[in-house]
Write a protein that binds this ligand. Structure first.
Ligand code: ZEM
Length: 287
């Protein structure tokens, strides 16, 4: 039952079907698929025009073995049956498409997505490790990382709103716990909790520091990374945290735009949407 070449709608439907994973985390593959899409694209460097989702370099040790990508093999394994059923789709397209499908299915906005990425990897353009953000750091680090990709302060805050989804795993990043009560529902709750709750620094058994709020009534503990809390301690960032906390529609609109931009980093297209990067002639659907 192979899918018809170019039938992205059929791929979307098969991604939707695999999201429900009762044995995994909070019952959904969605959050880790969103993280896969983000990490596949977030290696981009505007100055050298290297990294980005094109090429799906995370299949190889140089990028896949980056400690920042720990745990993302789960996401790639979830998608393997879809790739087997639709072998014509490139991994680079599949990973980014899975991210936008997961966001929509978890109640988030519909993010425009275009296909055509290649799986061709140019070894001379491999992104070095260390291009993804470190949750233990602060506002300067966020700017250093995201300005490099070509994002501004407003976009950094909007992108961070993805932490409405999923959780931290101590065996992946060292951090532990979830940001919001319902981590498989896309919303602006992350921003609301960030402002409305008291966040106290906690040192985990492994020595990692994060921020937590413990609610005695329900016995639940939620968490924030130091980089999340940094958004409330910076004059330029907090304006957008406040906006997205009070206006869910504004957050959804901003997130739609910025996530669409993220997954297009390093990709150039003609007026018809066809990718014009020279590498693509070497890869396309054949890689
Ligand atoms: Zn995350 N992220 N991220 N992120 N992220 C984690 C989990 C998830 C940072 C970060 O250090 C971490 C963005 C930005 C940033 C998601 C989406 C997006 C985890 C936990 C860490 C440590 C990993 C683990 O232990 O499994 C930092 C510092 C960021 C800088 C702003 C952006 C941008 C994202 C998408 C647009 C998602 C969905 C998760 C949850 C993954 C899961 O497995 O549940």
């Amino acid at each position: 039952m192979g899918g018809k070449t170019g039938d992205f709608e059929a791929v979307r439907q098969d991604i939707i079907k695999l999201l429900h994973q009762p044995e995994y985390d909070d019952g959904s593959a969605g959050p880790v698929l969103v993280r896969l899409a983000w990490h596949s694209a977030g290696t981009y460097d505007a100055e050298t025009d290297t990294g980005g989702s094109n090429g799906a370099g995370m299949r190889y040790e140089a990028e896949g073995g980056d400690p920042a990508n720990a745990g993302l093999q789960h996401a790639r394994v979830f998608l393997e049956p879809v790739k087997s059923k639709h072998p014509w789709i490139t991994y680079a397209d599949l990973w980014t498409l899975a991210g936008v499908v997961a966001i929509k299915e978890m109640g988030g906005p519909e993010i425009p997505w275009l296909g055509g990425r290649t799986d061709y990897v140019d070894d001379s353009k491999l992104p070095p490790r260390g291009r993804l953000p470190d949750g233990a750091k602060g506002a300067d680090h966020l700017r250093w990382i995201f300005y490099r990709m070509g994002f501004n302060d407003q976009e950094i805050v909007a992108l961070s709103g993805a932490h409405n989804l999923g959780r931290c795993h101590s065996d992946r990043s060292g951090f532990e716990g979830q940001w919001v009560n319902n981590p498989t529902r896309f919303s602006n709750q992350y921003f609301r909790l960030m402002l409305s709750m008291q966040w106290k620094k906690k040192t985990l058994k492994n020595g990692v520091e994060q921020f937590v709020n413990y609610d005695e009534d329900s016995g639940t503990e939620l968490m924030m990374l130091p980089t999340d809390i940094a958004l409330t301690q910076d004059k330029a960032f907090i304006k957008y945290v406040e906006l997205y906390a009070r206006d869910k529609e504004a957050f959804f609109a901003a997130f739609t735009k910025v996530f669409a931009k993220l997954i297009e980093l390093g990709i150039t297209r003609d007026a018809d949407g066809n990718i014009t990067n020279s590498d693509n002639e070497l890869g396309g659907y054949h890689a």
